[in-house]
Every structure is written in structure tokens, then in C-alpha cells.
Design a binder for this molecule. Structure first.
Ligand code: NCD
Ligand code: ZN
Length: 347
């Protein structure tokens, strides 16, 4: 095998995952733990994870689902609401339970009903986070029903993000799952401590793919995939290896029955072969040399954590994406690229 057929890098991390709970959690955690050393775990359970106690218990349930012998650390987040107590965040941060705080604008996406209705309510929490160096992870979409769904991220930059960064210039902010050239350019140009995660699916599909030959509910997520020009901007940002961009799959399992229905849920379950999908993109971009920065180094550097010591090897050899994943309580989930053969695999 030549140099470009094998790639050994520090073990990567996934800076944005949805594990859910119960039987679904048990079914999906092993996929993430197989590929990643750590993962930032989203708090949008029902009810949301808002207290240190709830996050600590949720972390225990996740750890119980990690297969024996697999080294995996879940990094927990707090769900920001209109009345989040800054002391609770600070206590969770000091105790090593809360790594970061997630901002969902109320109604923006799956299980976001308890999210923030107006950032002014969150000011005391944001001020404390800025003081103690606790990152804010932002779902960057406005929720105004009159704003076109494809414009909601770009409008969020002007309506919310710019003011947030001006008011809290030292707050660490991750613009999660960016989907537009607007967001990429904004993050790249901003001087303060802001970074962005990029999903595998937004590097692979554009909005036309959602309607290729018919409507494809398993490609529906939020933020929704955009035009090709935006996908190209995301690919260039990721492939640059630049320190402001890092891996976050936003893997978000929903039962097939909840996706293939008159009003299907948003979320793409990419966990089974996320790393393989990402490395394929870097290969196509002739940027394999930058894959370690994107997957394993930039995220920990931004969060102020050490990179993983362990290494993994990716090799150019076929990997099969499972057609379905079943949970013990009989739910079926369809992975991203289900049934396809990808050209890379985790050795
Ligand atoms: C996520 C989910 O299902 O929890 N859905 C999605 O489309 N990404 C929520 C989110 O991150 O927006
Ligand atoms: Zn998400």
C-alpha cells in the first residue's frame, strides 16, 4: 500500500452527537465509541439535561452502553433555557460534569421547545461562562417562520451571532454544524474565540440530493443542506485543516417510522461510518495531510483539552454501511449512506 492508501492519526473526537436515551442509546453508543475517543453529547432529551445531577446520571447511562475494552469518554453539555442558573453551570463545570453549554433557539429543531426565547434572558449565564472559560455551542438558525428555511443560518449571523460576539467578546463560541458559505466566511474572518463544527453529511450532500428522484426523508436534517456552492465552501474549510474548523457529526438517530411519515423528524444518523465518510472527502479534496488537524487536533485545542494519545489507522479498503440498525425495543434506524460501500475503512 502506498502512503496515500493508509493514514495513521491521533484518535479523533466527535464534537457533536445525539445519543438519545434508553434502548436507542444502547444501540447507537457503540458506533461512536468505536471511532472516537470522546464526544460532546447533546442535551436535547425530553426533558432536557439542565442540571448537574441529570448530566452525571446521563453520563453513567452512556458509559454503561460502551462496549467492554473500548476507551471512550462522553463530554456532557447543559441545555440553556430562559432561566438557567449561572451557579448550576459553574458548579457543573468545576466538578468536571459540564464541558459546555448548548444554545437552542426555542423551536429551532428536534426537542428544542425549552430553548432560549430571547438571548437577553441568558445574559447572566453567558457572562458567567465567559468568566470561567466555558464554551457556548450554538444551533445557529433563526426560528421566525417567515424566514425561508434555507436562509435561517445566514439570517442568524446578522440577527443574533454578531451581537452575541460583540456583547461577550471573550466567550468561547462554537457555531455548530455550519451549512453555508456565509457561516464559514464569518467564522474565518472573526477575530475572537469562535470555531465551527462541520458534519460529514453536509460535506457529502447538497439540497438537490434531498429530492433526487423523490423525497428522501433520511437526508432531512437541521440545518437543512444548502446549495452546491455552500457544500463546496464547507469542503474547502474542512480540507484547509485551519484551526477554526473541526469534526462534529451531529449524528441524530430517529426511528424509521418517525422519518418516513407525513411530518418526518429532522436528523441524520451518521454514527456507523462517520469517520469513513469524512476521510473520503479529504481524499477527494487531496487533503489527507490535513485530516488529523480537522478530526483529532483542532477540536481539543479549541476546548483546551489534550489531543488523544492513542492512534488509529484508516486504510483504503471497502467498508459497508449497515442497511439498518435495530434497538433492543424493536426500533429501526437507517444510517446515512445505508447499504453503500465506502472506499475507506477504520483498520
Ligand atoms: C437534531 C436531533 O434530532 O436531535 N436534529 C438534526 O436535524 N440535527 C437536533 C439538532 O442538532 O438540530
Ligand atoms: Zn445536533
Amino acid at each position: 500500500m502506498s502512503d496515500t492508501d493508509r493514514l495513521t492519526i491521533r484518535r479523533p473526537d466527535d464534537w457533536h452527537v445525539h445519543f438519545r436515551d434508553g434502548a436507542m442509546l444502547d444501540a447507537v453508543v457503540p458506533f461512536t465509541a468505536r471511532q472516537f475517543g470522546r464526544a460532546i453529547v447533546m442535551p436535547n432529551l425530553v426533558p432536557p439535561v439542565t442540571t448537574v445531577a441529570a448530566a452525571a446520571e446521563y453520563r453513567e447511562r452512556i458509559m454503561a452502553a460502551v462496549p467492554d475494552g473500548v476507551d471512550f469518554t462522553p463530554l456532557m453539555t447543559a441545555y440553556l433555557t430562559d432561566d438557567t442558573d449561572p451557579d448550576e453551570l459553574a458548579r457543573g463545570h468545576a466538578d468536571g460534569v459540564f464541558t459546555a453549554v448548548k444554545l437552542y433557539p426555542a423551536g429551532a429543531t428536534t426537542n428544542s421547545a425549552s430553548g432560549v426565547t430571547d438571548l437577553k434572558h441568558a445574559r447572566p449565564a453567558l457572562a458567567r461562562m465567559q468568566e470561567i472559560g466555558m464554551p457556548l455551542l450554538v444551533h445557529g438558525e433563526v426560528t421566525d417562520a417567515n424566514v425561508d428555511v434555507f436562509d435561517r443560518e445566514a439570517v442568524f449571523i446578522d440577527k443574533v451571532m454578531t451581537g452575541l460576539l460583540a456583547d461577550f467578546p471573550a466567550l468561547k463560541v462554537v457555531f455548530e454544524h455550519v451549512t453555508t458559505k456565509d457561516a464559514v466566511d464569518f467564522v474565518a474572518a472573526h477575530d475572537g474565540p469562535i470555531a465551527a463544527t462541520i458534519t460529514a453529511h453536509h460535506l457529502v450532500i447538497n439540497r438537490t440530493d434531498i429530492f433526487r428522484g423523490g423525497i428522501r426523508p433520511h437526508l432531512y436534517c437541521l440545518p437543512i443542506a444548502k446549495r452546491e456552492v455552500h457544500r463546496q465552501a464547507l469542503r474547502a474549510a474542512a480540507a484547509s485543516g485551519g484551526p477554526k474548523f473541526f469534526l462534529g457529526t451531529d449524528t441524530a438517530p430517529h426511528a424509521v417510522a418517525a422519518k418516513e411519515t407525513a411530518c418526518g423528524c429532522a436528523g441524520i444518523f451518521s454514527a456507523p461510518t462517520a469517520l469513513e465518510a469524512y476521510v473520503q472527502v479529504f481524499d477527494e479534496m487531496e487533503a489527507l495531510a490535513n485530516f488529523e488537524a480537522f478530526a483529532s487536533l483542532n477540536g481539543p485545542a479549541f476546548y483546551g483539552l489534550p489531543a488523544n494519545e492513542a492512534q488509529v489507522t484508516l486504510e483504503r479498503a471497502p467498508s459497508e454501511v449497515p442497511a439498518t440498525v435495530e434497538s433492543a425495543d424493536g426500533e429501526t434506524v437507517q444510517p446515512f449512506q445505508a447499504g453503500e460501500t465506502l472506499p475507506w475503512r477504520l483498520a
